[in-house]
Ligand binder design. Structure first.
Ligand code: GRF
Length: 218
């Protein structure tokens, strides 16, 4: 089934681009129905506009309006009837309205091997902890911060001379393969989303759930 995606992005949107490229290359059976941001100047929105993908901005003006913001975000995203909502560098925690509207259907990419290094500074935290291997995780979003069930992970080395930026760059290369590939596995039914995700992947596909060296998919 071709997966209808709504992508939420706050920043550069390199993961959004990787999904779009994988769709173009027929490596990800999906359509990007809309890109929604909490920041009106997010470069991700420009990329979407260039490709004639509808865009919406739902800004959080003050912390006291969080639940209204979350409800408006859910309503805005729902207009595009997505099968899956992708958090691709969305720097806000989605709340109850989003989780209720899209139960087990929000997928996030995080720049660390969860459950290690949750939060907004994962590459810096991995270096500070002296990790020799880090990576990225694609997971289902739940009510916690970076706590939902893992769908796929890819490992990358932490080099002795890395700083947070150089490590994040290496991790992002892995993200750009792992995220579109994970979405493709959801589209094919190899991954079934739910409170406990189910995997019906072939022996060949199994290694693609944890290896950055992903094969071309038909
Ligand atoms: C990614 O590294 C992702 O893991 C994290 O935010 C970053 C977003 O990058 N959640 P981009 O905007 O997709 O380039």
């Amino acid at each position: 089934m071709t997966l209808r995606l709504v992508v939420l992005a706050s920043g550069r949107g390199s993961n959004l681009r990787s999904i779009a490229s994988a769709i173009d290359a027929k490596e990800c059976d999906a359509t990007i129905e809309a890109v929604v941001s909490d920041k009106s100047d997010a470069p991700a929105l420009l990329f979407a506009a260039e490709r004639n993908i509808p865009t919406r901005v739902v800004e959080l003006r003050s912390k006291s309006e969080r639940s209204e913001w979350d409800a408006l975000l859910a309503k805005t995203v729902a207009e595009f009837t997505p099968d899956v909502v992708v958090l691709a560098g969305f720097m806000r925690i989605v709340g109850d309205a989003m989780l209720a509207r899209f139960p087990h259907r929000i997928v996030n990419v995080h720049p660390a091997l969860l459950p290690s290094f949750k939060g907004a500074h994962a590459p810096a935290d991995a270096i500070a902890a002296g990790a020799r291997i880090s990576g990225c995780t694609v997971h289902i979003v739940d009510a916690g911060v970076d706590t939902g069930p893992t769908l796929a992970q890819a490992a990358v080395p932490v080099m002795p001379d890395d700083d947070a930026e150089s490590l994040h760059k290496r991790i992002q290369k892995a993200e750009h393969r792992l995220l579109p590939h994970s979405l493709h596995l959801i589209a094919t039914g190899a991954i079934v989303l739910g409170p406990v995700p189910r995997f019906s992947v072939s022996a060949d596909e199994q290694r693609t759930l944890f290896s950055p060296d992903l094969p071309q998919t038909p």
